[in-house]
Design a protein around this ligand. Structure first.
Ligand code: GDP
Length: 362
């Protein structure tokens, strides 16, 4: 479960990979995230998506419901995927962890009609520099002339239902994208022909409008994570939490709060944390950990519900004193049982690293 109290007997567990969505404006980043959330809700019963602060958790059981035959849950031991809700490469490049990207994996969204655009190139540069594994979502396949939509179906099933003309037209556009990736130094192919997703970029044709290809997209993300990221997903479930600030926000009744993504360990509601600030690192005691309340309950209750603890990976809001000088993109570290000076020095070092990156990007 998302909120869970763990005792001191250290145990290792696999966390959810953190997924970011990048791409040129209007190519469909927001729509794609909405569609993933929407299809998870429709898939219903077995699993359920959980709305976190700033992120959406889609458990393996839900992915398997959406993906049908494409996913056998027995092949996976990673618990699902955590999508960062704010798309775009600006948020991607300011959100870092230990000098790398906060996201473990990315989706580069490219409009099949529009192809590569300036922000597509920028996004690719960032993915290269941070060495983030990614797949390409070739979006808006439903806009190909003559397209016959088959809502929520896997790509190959919908391709079989297309006229030769529509299929050929889509293929031309997809090969255009594959060619553009190649010019950028990435060997790429249709995802079903890719054997090694570290060496070749998988292109997944999708429509954020009709849901076509969404089963494939989730399957490929899950498979790529399981195959290539598993060793990095091991967390100590009693270890002190480590995260990155998404946003510093004033919240009625709570004052200045932090929306963070926790990517390691556990954060508890009685922890002392060190947060990167405009001047010195801020040392403060957590007052409350807040999650969004389900929509249905908001009419009668406040917008948030308090939880006692959260385990990585998760999006969570921290209410605590003295957060006015905290910065988006800054590190957050739980002190719990460690020397405060050591933790503060770690935060200071990470901050220095972030500032260097910001300057480089000009
Ligand atoms: P963003 O700027 O990358 O977040 O792009 P949006 O998600 O806001 O999408 C831009 C526009 O394209 C909106 O009008 C969407 O409704 C539309 N759009 C996005 N994905 C699709 C798609 O797969 N098919 C169609 N027909 N329209 C789409």
């Amino acid at each position: 479960s998302e909120s869970d109290t763990t005792d001191a007997a250290g145990s290792a567990e696999l966390r959810t990979p953190i997924v970011a969505v990048l791409g040129h404006v209007d190519h469909g980043k927001t729509s794609l995230l909405d569609e993933v959330r929407g299809s998870a809700v429709t898939a219903g019963e077995a699993g359920a998506i959980t709305q976190h602060i700033g992120a959406t958790a889609v458990p393996l059981s839900t992915i398997s419901d959406i993906a049908g035959n494409l996913v056998d849950p027995a092949d996976f031991d990673l618990p699902g995927l955590l999508f960062i809700d704010t798309p775009g490469h600006h948020s991607f490049s300011t959100l870092r962890s230990r000098g790398g990207a906060l996201a473990d994996i990315a989706i580069l969204v490219v409009d099949v009609n529009d192809g590569f655009q300036p922000q597509t190139h920028e996004a690719l540069d960032i993915l290269k520099r941070t060495q983030t594994p990614f797949i390409v979502a070739a979006n808006k396949i439903d806009t190909v002339p003559g397209w016959n939509p088959n809502p929520d179906t896997p790509v190959q099933a919908t391709l079989e239902a297309q006229s030769d003309r529509a299929e050929n037209r889509l293929n031309e556009q997809l090969y255009e994208i594959i060619g553009q990736l190649s010019e950028e130094g990435f060997s790429a192919d249709m995802y079903w022909r890719v054997q090694n997703f570290r060496e070749n970029i998988g292109v997944v044709p999708v429509s954020a409008e009709t849901g076509e290809g969404i089963p494939d997209l989730l399957t490929v993300l899950m498979g790529l994570s399981q195959r290539y990221l598993k060793s990095e997903m091991s967390i100590d479930t009693s270890g002190p939490g480590v995260g990155t600030v998404l946003e510093v926000k004033d919240e009625r009744g709570f004052g200045t709060t932090l929306d963070i993504v926790l990517y390691d360990g556990v954060l508890r509601d009685d922890d002392t944390v060190v947060v990167g600030g405009k001047n010195d690192p801020i040392v403060t005691d957590v007052r409350a950990l807040l999650q969004p309340r389900p929509l249905a309950e908001i009419r009668t209750e406040s917008q948030f519900e308090q939880v006692e603890s959260v385990r990585a990976a998760a999006g969570i809001k921290i209410a605590a004193p003295d957060l006015d000088d905290a910065m988006a993109g800054a590190p957050v570290r739980v002190v719990r049982g460690r020397d405060l000076e050591t933790v503060t020095a770690e935060v200071r070092a990470e901050l220095a690293d972030i500032e260097v990156v910001t300057e480089e990007q000009g």
